[in-house]
Design a protein around this ligand. Structure first.
Ligand code: GDP
Length: 193
């Protein structure tokens, strides 16, 4: 996809704030620091529309980005940050539950995991949560450039096994540094739009 226009529409905490134009949405989820902002920025050719390394402690919002006036990316706040309080974690959980279970515009979710490491318990929970709600999942495995070539296939297998990835779900190794995986990611995302 050639992205010619992208902008933030709204940072929302509640359904009444979600955009109302009825455009399709693709949600992006992953643990803090996995490379979610970098992935979004790379796909839309922007340096910093999605904030990289947004600090926990800020209000946790769903950020809606409008792309080519045709669809929204929905940036879901990252999980797995140790210093978040129980109250904040619970509020985050309710916000996600509401969005993922009620939003009719949602077409698919991108789950970002770090290709260098075995997926965490939180990654597994998020994958199972999305599957449970019958949301199509595309796994994007980030930081591909940090791995030696010989290591890639082994780590892809480890990610697939640990998530117990449905054979119908796609896994795309990706690097925000080299843009490897970008074309494939767009190809898969477009099939849901
Ligand atoms: P977020 O918290 O998930 O939004 O993560 P960020 O996009 O802010 O990335 C966290 C850190 O990882 C930043 O220092 C990024 O520059 C770095 N990073 C993200 N993606 C990649 C990648 O594909 N390759 C490399 N080498 N670094 C990356």
């Amino acid at each position: 996809m050639k992205v010619t226009k992208s902008d933030i529409t709204i940072s929302a905490v509640a359904p009444k704030q979600y955009p109302s134009e009825g455009l399709p949405e693709i949600a992006l989820a992953g643990r803090s620091n996995v490379g979610k902002s970098s992935f979004i920025n790379k796909l839309i050719n922007r340096k910093a529309l999605a904030r990289t390394s947004s600090k926990p402690g800020k209000t946790q919002t769903l950020n809606f980005y409008i792309i080519n006036e045709a669809f929204h990316f929905v940036d879901v706040p990252g999980y797995g940050y140790a210093k978040v309080s129980k109250t904040e974690r619970e509020a985050w959980g309710r916000m996600l539950e509401t969005y993922f279970t009620q939003r009719e515009n949602l077409k698919a979710a991108v789950l970002l995991v770090d290709l260098r490491h075995q997926p965490t318990a939180d990654d597994i929970r998020m994958y199972e949560f999305l599957k449970h709600h019958n949301i199509p999942v595309i796994v994007v495995a980030t930081k591909l450039d940090k791995l030696k070539k010989a290591q890639v296939a082994k780590n892809v297998k480890l990610v697939k096994q640990t998530l117990n990835l449905d054979p119908n779900d796609q896994l795309i190794p990706f690097s925000a540094e080299t843009a490897q995986g970008k074309e494939e990611a767009w190809r898969v995302l477009e099939s849901y739009l």
